[in-house]
Design a protein. Sequence first.
Length: 335
Amino acid sequence: MRRVTLTQFLIQRQQAGKINADLRLLIETVARACKAISTRVNKGALADGHGTVGTQNVQGEVVQKLDALSNEILLEANEWGGNLAALASEEMENPHPIPTRFPKGEYLLLFDPLDGSSNIDVNISVGTIFSVLRCPKAASGELCEANEAAFLQPGNKQVAAGFAVYGPTTVFALTVGDGAHGFTLDRETYTFVLTHPEIRIPADTAEFAINVSNQRRWEAPVRRYIEECLAGQDGPRGKDFNMRWVASMVADVFRVLSRGGIFMYPRDAKNTDGRLRLMYEANPMAFIVEQAGGAATDGSTRILDLEPNALHQRVAVILGSKNEVERVTAYHKKK
Ligand code: F6P
């Protein structure tokens, strides 16, 4: 079978008029940065990659050395290419403007540089999530100032999104709005090769992913859904369910893309707005999951239609196999 690299895939998309040269370069640059992060993640303790830097980020979370390093790698790789107006990251309170010595472009890049970072030191898969928006334009046609307000667009405005998983293999999942596709890093040629074209998530599943340690704080609809799954064949669902929870969204969502399933981080009595971040976790994942035929809601509203009000806003997330997501969403509506 002829191997299609990420570069070839993107050039085909460009030739078909789906993306322009600037967006192609941007995606390639993000993918290149992911390769560099993958290499550092793989070196682990050999390259002083474990442990924390001793500070907290804007979310009040302890910053791991690899969080900070991955953030630097993504910033350095992307700020000079002339295709971005600004960048925003989980690790930075405010958007990062393009330094004046570099040309500016029309896109906004958001990322979670190292998702699942509590798993780094224990050798479990982690990853990088990214989302691309267009910088809004004023009536004159000029690009607006690339401040926080410029980023606050609903997920349905994303022009590209994806994520890398640094697991047994490094995979890069991508959508530019015409399906979801997965690439595997070939470490001999150092290229991403298309290995999962046209991903489709089965509409039905018997596998759920949720952190059950939060059960006592869940709202009634989520409690009901999980109780029915746990009741298995003897319960109202009439079939046994399996549970998986990696605690790295990237790995859990890649599993959902690969074989179906439902992934949930609902709001609860402690995380009243949910736990995951809308702009650089939920939105890109919702985009790619929908492009693979799945669904993503916050319990009542489609994630991609939520109007954001802050860069680091949190949100409840229910995504994956369509029929199961619709069931949980319907339970919320009945409530
Ligand atoms: O954002 C963070 C994240 O690490 C996700 O990747 C993951 O799904 C979740 O948090 C894990 O949360 P918990 O520690 O509650 O299992």
